[in-house]
Design a protein around this ligand. Structure first.
Ligand code: PMP
Length: 409
C-alpha cells in the first residue's frame, strides 16, 4: 500500500530522524491538532532570523527591503495557492481563530444590523462558534443552526426550511476536526448565493490537503492556520472578497494599518494592511510560504490516494476491535477518525498509546455541542497525514487490541 514516495516525504520531516537517533518510537497521529514541519519551512525561518531579520514595510536598508519582499511574496504564494483574484484579498492573521474573530468583529459587528442572523452547524469547532455567540450578544444578532442527522451529516436537503429567516452569513466548517466528515460546500454556497447570503468557510482541516479555488467555489471568506499546513504556528490566513474587506471597518488598530493619524482621528491603510495592525509574524509568514512551496513539490494525486487508502485501512482495522465505535458515519469523509472503546476513558487510551510512542488526542476536541449530539463527553481521535504509513496504523491497532484485552482482563 505504501506509495514509493512516502518514505521520501518522511525524510523531509526531521522529527522522524531525531526520534530514530534517540531510539524513541514515534507514531504521529495527531495531525488534526498540528502537522509536523518539513526542513524547507524550518530552513526558510532560520534563514530569515539568521540573515535578514528586520522589520518590514518601513526600513530602507537592504535586509529590511528583503524581509518586506519575502513577506509580500508569501502573500502572493497564498493567493496563488487558493486561486484568489488579488493578493490584497489575503490577510495574514495569527490563525483560524484570529481570522474568525476578525470577520465576527468587522463583518458581523461592523456591517450587520440588529435582528440579522448567522447560520452555523452543530459540528463547529469552538473557534467557529464562540466568536459568533459573543458578537451576537453585543449586536443583537441571532444564531441559527443547520439540522444534522444522528450520524453527524448535515441535512442540506432541509436548507429551504431556513429560506424565510434573515440569514446574512453562513459560517461553516469544511472538514470536521472531530468526525472527519467533509461538508458539501458546493451545495451550501450555491444556496447562499441565490439569497445574497455571505459564506465563511473554516478550512482549518482541509486547506493543506484539499486545496480550494476560492473563485471557483465562490465563498466570501476562508480561514485557515499555517501550523495545520506543514507551516509554523502563529500565522494564519483570512481570504476575503476584495469588495467586502474594503467595506469592513478595521478590527485591531495601531501602527502599520493607518494612512494618516491626527490627534483625534485617523484614516486607514488599504486592504490588506488595514487588517494587519502592528508588527506581523514575519518569520511565520515566510515559513508558511515555504510550506506551500513544499506542498507543490509533492505528487499530490499520489499522496492523496495513499492517504485515502490508509484512512480506509485504518477504519477497517478499527472495526475489528471488539467494543470499538467510530463516531459518526460520514457520507464523505477525510483522514480524521474519532472513536470510543467500550467504557474506557479516551484519556486512558491516549495515555496508554503515549507510552508506546503513539500520539493521538483525546477529549472533546473543542466541539462540545457535537459531543453532546453524540451523547458523549470525549472521544479518542487519530488523524492521519501525508507521511503516515501502514506501519503507523498497525502499531495503533495492535496497541488498541492490547488496551482492549488489558481493560477486560
Ligand atoms: N477550526 C477547526 C475545524 C479546527 O480544527 C481548529 C483547530 N483545531 C480551529 C478551527 C482553530 O485553529 P487555531 O487553533 O489554529 O486557530
Amino acid at each position: 500500500m505504501i506509495h514509493t514516495d512516502i518514505p521520501a516525504i518522511r525524510d523531509q520531516f526531521p522529527i522522524f530522524a531525531w526520534h530514530r537517533q534517540e531510539n524513541l518510537p514515534f507514531v504521529y497521529l495527531d495531525n488534526a491538532a498540528t502537522t509536523l514541519k518539513p526542513t524547507p519551512v524550518i530552513e526558510a525561518m532560520h534563514d530569515y532570523y539568521s540573515n535578514y531579520s528586520s522589520n518590514i514595510h518601513r526600513g530602507l536598508y537592504p535586509i529590511a527591503v528583503r524581509a518586506s519582499k519575502a513577506y509580500e511574496d508569501a502573500r502572493v504564494k497564498v493567493q496563488q495557492f487558493f486561486g484568489a483574484a488579488h493578493p490584497e484579498e489575503i490577510v495574514f492573521t495569527q490563525g483560524t481563530t484570529a481570522g474568525i474573530n476578525l470577520v465576527a468583529a468587522a463583518f458581523a459587528g461592523g456591517l450587520l444590523q440588529p435582528g440579522d442572523e448567522i447560520l452555523l452547524s452543530p459540528m463547529e469547532h469552538h473557534a467557529n462558534l464562540v466568536p459568533w455567540q459573543q458578537i451576537s450578544a453585543h449586536h443583537n444578532l441571532r444564531l441559527r443552526f443547520l439540522p444534522m442527522d444522528a450520524a453527524g451529516n448535515l441535512q442540506l436537503d432541509q436548507l429551504d426550511t431556513l429560506a424565510d429567516f434573515p440569514i446574512k452569513l453562513i459560517a461553516i466548517v469544511h472538514i470536521s476536526n472531530t468526525l472527519g466528515h467533509i461538508n458539501d460546500l458546493e451545495t451550501i454556497i450555491a444556496w447562499a448565493k441565490q439569497r445574497n447570503i455571505r459564506v465563511l468557510v473554516d478550512a482549518a482541516q482541509s486547506a493543506a490537503l484539499y486545496p480550494m479555488d476560492v473563485q471557483q467555489l465562490g465563498m466570501d471568506f476562508l480561514v485557515c492556520s499555517g501550523h495545520k499546513m506543514y507551516g509554523p504556528t502563529g500565522i494564519g490566513v483570512l481570504y476575503g472578497k476584495k469588495e467586502l474587506l474594503e467595506q469592513m471597518p478595521p478590527y485591531q488598530s495601531g501602527g502599520d494599518m493607518i494612512k494618516k493619524v491626527g490627534l483625534y482621528s485617523s484614516t486607514f491603510a488599504d486592504i490588506p494592511h488595514k487588517f494587519e495592525a502592528g508588527t506581523p509574524p514575519i518569520a511565520a509568514a515566510i515559513g508558511l510560504g515555504a510550506a506551500l512551496d513544499f506542498l507543490q513539490t509533492l505528487n499530490r494525486p499520489q499522496w492523496l490516494t495513499h492517504l485515502d487508502q490508509l484512512t480506509d485501512y485504518t477504519i477497517r482495522q478499527l472495526r475489528e476491535i471488539p467494543g470499538l465505535k467510530i463516531m459518526g458515519e460520514a457520507q464523505k469523509r477525510s483522514h480524521i477518525i474519532s472513536f470510543t472503546l467500550q467504557d474506557i476513558h479516551p484519556h486512558d487510551i491516549a495515555t496508554f498509546l503515549a507510552q508506546e510512542g503513539i500520539a493521538i488526542r483525546a477529549g472533546h476536541h473543542c466541539t462540545q455541542p457535537l459531543m453532546q449530539h453524540f451523547d458523549t463527553g470525549a472521544s479518542a481521535r487519530a488523524s492521519l497525514s501525508i507521511y503516515n504509513t501502514q506501519e503507523d496504523i498497525d502499531a495503533l491497532i495492535q496497541a488498541l487490541h492490547h488496551i482492549q484485552s488489558f481493560f477486560n482482563s
